[in-house]
Design a protein around this ligand. Structure first.
Ligand SMILES: [Zn+2]
Length: 252
């Protein structure tokens, strides 16, 4: 199995020029799962793949991660081939937030007859979910209030932290099988996000070569992180991943 992670955007919420943080897991060169859907994510996605995503995982409901879901609803709803078929995976604790942030609009279609979730196949999860015969783990991170942001992991292959402060207690388990770890990291930390000093203080040095940093504040910040010896993700970049552990792959 040939897996890769294509970064669509790598910027912090205010770094619009770097694109909203998000990526696509590809299998054998084909898009398998979009991770987060910010305001301009679909524009980039369609440019790269010439089609709309068939599956999305939502880490949390800040607008730079879900701002594109209304647009995807309209595209999906009015396309008979897509209506109700775009799978949207998210932790069950986020369903009420998702409802209030993007789905709770009166008469989502002016002519009536439609509910927001008619556009999607919503798949709430708790420990994780199956998608295309792969098991993905989902676990809480530290971003604003507890249980409002959740990372994604494919054992043996990758961890995508989503927005978070350092989570050494989680990565000790979820990144224990050689995974590439795409981690939120800017030049300076704050109560909401990881900074490079936090990274160095909180994680064992042995983990550092497996980090790929995203969600930084500017091109210059990215260059400074790279100068400090870290691998940084760039928008559009495609990163080859190791194959997942056999225990998370259901053979056909
Ligand atoms: Zn956030």
């Amino acid at each position: 199995m040939n897996l890769s992670l294509r970064f669509l955007g790598v910027g912090a919420a205010q770094a619009v020029e770097l694109g909203s943080s998000g990526a696509v897991l590809e299998r054998d060169g084909e898009p398998l799962l979009l991770i987060d859907c910010g305001p301009e994510t679909l524009t980039t996605y369609e440019k790269v793949y010439g089609a709309l995503p068939r599956a999305v995982y939502v880490t949390h409901t800040h607008m730079d991660h879900v701002g594109g879901l209304e647009r995807l609803f309209y595209r999906a709803y009015f396309d008979p081939a897509l209506r109700g078929k775009v799978r949207l995976y998210t932790h069950a604790a986020l369903v009420t937030h998702l409802q209030s942030r993007v789905a709770d609009y009166p008469d989502v279609v002016a002519e009536g007859g439609a509910n927001f979730w008619d556009g999607y196949q919503l798949v709430p999860c708790s420990r994780g979910f199956w998608h295309e015969r792969l098991w993905f783990d989902v676990f809480p991170t530290r971003h604003h209030m507890p249980m409002t942001s959740f990372a994604l992991a494919l054992r043996g292959s990758f961890v995508w932290t989503g927005d978070t402060r350092p989570i050494p207690e989680m990565l000790a388990g979820y990144a224990a099988h050689g995974e590439t770890v795409a981690h939120d990291c800017g030049l300076a930390g704050n109560p909401s996000h990881t900074g490079v000093d936090d990274l160095e203080r909180e994680y064992p040095a042995a983990l550092r070569p497996r980090f790929v940093l995203y969600h930084y504040g500017s091109e210059a910040d990215g260059a400074a992180l790279a100068a400090r010896g870290y691998r940084i993700a760039r928008g559009g970049e495609r990163l080859a991943l190791a194959s997942p552990n056999p225990d998370v792959v259901l053979e056909a």
